[in-house]
Design a protein around this ligand. Sequence first.
Ligand code: PLP
Length: 376
Amino acid sequence: MIYLDYQATTPVAPDVAKAMEPWFEDKFANPHSPSRWGHEAQAAVEVARKQVEKALGLKGGTVAFTGSATEALNWALKGTAENARAKGITGRNRIVTVATEHAAVLDTCEWLAEQGFDLTVLPVQPDGRLDLDLLARELDGRVLLVAIMMVNNEIGVRQPLTAISEMVHKVGAIMLSDAVQAFGRVELCNGPDLVAISAHKIHGPKGIGALWMRKGKEPAPLIHGGGQEEGLRSGTLSPMLCVGFGAAAKIADERWQRDYDHVQKLWAAAVHALGDGWIINGSIEHRYPGNLNIRREGVDAARLIADLRDIAFSLGSACASGSGRPSHVLRALGLDYRESRSSIRLGFGRYTKQHELVDACTRIAAHAVAQEKLDA
Ligand code: PLP
């Protein structure tokens, strides 16, 4: 199989699997127990936390582990809303986000709107970038929180989060950023107060994410119980998953630039191998090059995926592929139903070999041309 779905998930790095192994087998203690074994597990969790914090490179805050980035985003949004409600800040009732966000943000924002918050979902330009003048017009003293991702999971487009955070802070609002696709792949933007990440997108294990929180901006807890994670996120931590996340973060911190250079070369090779007739969805200039989202007039993308079963690629996000609905991200770029059904996402990264990618792209292009002939 040629794996070209790096935005859905990434293969676990061999050194990550090795680091996790003892914590799966012998070292089973509860990291919150007072025993010597418990202390050992807790120490391993704290090393992992430091590794994740170092790789993030953000100043003035700490990381709390969660079960996923979805949980981290739910927590950040609902917990910030709860803080505002508890303090009785009735004047700050607005949440601003963008139409191309992940469902973990959009659906949670919709839920908050049902609870009485005033939600604004901003459109994007045809290249997937946010118009900062439009954002500026929306920002005022009524805004509680702004949620904008760093790198889009479907089209790879990057938003200028450092500049956006400055604008958001000027009106005294809180900036949340989904950095799931950015962390470990590009240099993170400084500025957001809350940053959500996930281990399985950086060659770590599934089932663990984290929320980085600027001191003083911690959201109210979403999960109550034993008071772990400074009372902010209850539940027994898994030392195995934390150690895996820490090891993956350490490796990413050491080699993200090398990985970036690699995907940049792969991007050029893929575009060349696909040949003419394809249109790239989203900005070419402002993007993470490990994502290539393309469309071709008349292609049935679902059929393409079904015909090429030994190549793992997708229609958009893994969630969108399952639902059969056309991608909300492509629709936000202005693509019509037919155009989004003719789009595919190729995602590649650290372990992708150029010859495999070129082989896959050549076959995808040949099948697309064959479809055209068959349908003509
Ligand atoms: N945000 C983005 C941009 C993603 O790509 C994903 C994963 O698909 C998530 C959030 C959710 O991450 P997790 O799988 O850790 O819940």
